[in-house]
Design a binder for this molecule. Structure first.
Ligand code: UD1
Ligand code: UDP
Length: 376
């Protein structure tokens, strides 16, 4: 039998770990076929480590690149240079990147420069607006152009790739690996039964909030905070939990504007299992995060998306999610409608989950095995 294919899996941020850890597990379950190296750029440090720990994943290479307050120029330049010796040393047959972060795009670029094949997990998502999300929309367009094997999660993302001219034989719809992670982790999350240091009132409905998009920095974050403040002031029947992202552009304004309010729990970013527990416990999710838009429908939780456009239209199309932007009144109205209109709540909560069946990683592994066996 031929020697195993050398695969390098690159991850930089919290969501990349969550979405790639099940794939690393599936590849490593086949040591006869794949020799898998995990490379962390550590574009995120603490949030990456928090996620790695949940999956018991230790990077083989850790570039430790995060600097406090970094911008996208810093991350792009540092990842590109740091990847040169890593690719030279490991000579992977395929480099796997995930999603639309600067790590994903830049590692794909480095792999191309080193003439390595690139596989892109969560390929083909498009908002068709260059600046929303920023810089992720262009990161994923660029990643696609560097990619040999595209793994779109849905038929819609596949169609985006085919329309852009990528050959059908190189594109496989897999479902989103986030659903693999969710199904694998939910029993452990549910067994937690609560979160240390967070006391929730069972008589109040829980709104779980996350937010970190760059295009919302400044006025968007301010307006979102005003909406959250209005909600806890007006509604005795709800409480809000907001695990605040470590980006200083989010942290500063959020703590300043919301720190002193009753029934507003501003907490540190949660490890994935407690976060899953909290999503499962929540009445609704208010977010600009990509991953939460995928997880919410799978858990039967309505998702209000604090963005004007989304590259994840499927949840909106089935009725599990709604776009509410960052306008203060629109957010308040949308949350109150879900609190006060049981039929509306039910229709969103039962709309279904369009992002996969938990077998995305298996499909990716089978595809790679087949394609890498063919002469290139
Ligand atoms: C990044 C990704 C975004 C992804 C998000 C997931 C880019 C351009 N952005 O955004 O696509 O949705 O991660 O959360 O790739 N920080 C820490 N510790 C951490 C993580 C962040 O202190 O563990 C702080 C640091 O000051 C860091 C800053 O946050 O410099 C920004 O981190 P960065 O990865 O550049 O951007 P994010 O906003 O986290
Ligand atoms: N998440 C987490 N802890 C938190 C908030 C989110 O583990 O405190 C998880 C969430 O379940 C999802 C992922 O992190 O899988 C989303 O990450 P993020 O919102 O940072 O990035 P995005 O998905 O927008 O790229």
């Amino acid at each position: 039998m031929s020697s195993p294919h050398r695969i390098l899996v690159a991850m930089g941020t919290r969501p990349e770990v969550i979405k790639l850890a099940p794939l690393v597990g599936a590849l490593r379950a086949r040591p006869d076929r794949f020799q898998t190296v995990v490379c962390a750029t550590a574009q995120h440090r603490q949030m990456l480590d928090q996620a790695l720990e949940v999956f018991d994943l230790e990077p083989d290479v850790d570039l430790d690149l995060m600097a406090p307050g970094q911008d996208i120029f810093d991350v792009t330049a540092r990842v590109l240079l740091a990847m040169r010796p890593v690719l030279a040393e490991h000579q992977p047959d395929v480099v796997i990147v995930q999603g639309d972060t600067t790590t994903a795009f830049t590692v794909a670029l480095a792999a191309f420069y080193a003439r390595r094949k690139v596989a892109h997990v969560e390929a083909g998502l498009r908002s068709f607006d260059k600046f929303q999300p920023f810089p992720e929309e262009i990161n994923r367009v660029l990643a696609s152009s560097l990619t040999d094997f595209h793994f779109p999660p849905t038929q819609g993302s596949r169609a985006n790739l085919l329309k852009a001219g990528y050959p059908e034989k190189d594109v496989l719809v897999t479902g989103n690996t986030v659903i693999d992670a969710l199904y694998q982790s939910l029993p452990r999350a549910r067994a937690l039964g609560g979160i240390a240091g967070l006391t929730l009132d069972p008589s109040r409905r829980l709104v779980l909030v996350t937010g970190h998009r760059r295009e919302n920095f400044g006025p968007g974050v301010a307006s979102m905070c005003e909406a959250l403040a209005d909600l806890v002031r007006r509604r005795e029947d709800l409480e809000i939990v907001y695990p605040v992202h470590l980006n200083p552009n989010v942290r500063g304004p959020v703590h300043e504007r919301l720190g002193a309010l009753a029934r507003m729990h501003l907490i540190e970013p949660l490890s994935y299992l407690p976060f899953l527990w909290l999503m499962d416990r929540a009445y609704l999710l208010l977010t600009d995060s990509g991953g939460v838009q995928e997880e919410g429908p799978a858990l039967g939780k309505p998702v209000l998306v604090m963005r004007e456009v989304t590259e994840r239209p499927e949840a909106v199309e089935v009725g599990a999610a709604a776009l509410v932007g960052t306008d203060r009144e629109r957010i308040v109205e949308s949350v109150e409608r879900l609190l006060d209109d049981p039929a509306h709540y039910r229709s969103m909560a039962t709309a279904g989950s369009p992002y996969g069946d938990g077998k995305a990683c298996q499909r990716i592994v089978e595809f790679l095995e087949k394609r890498l066996a063919q002469p290139s």
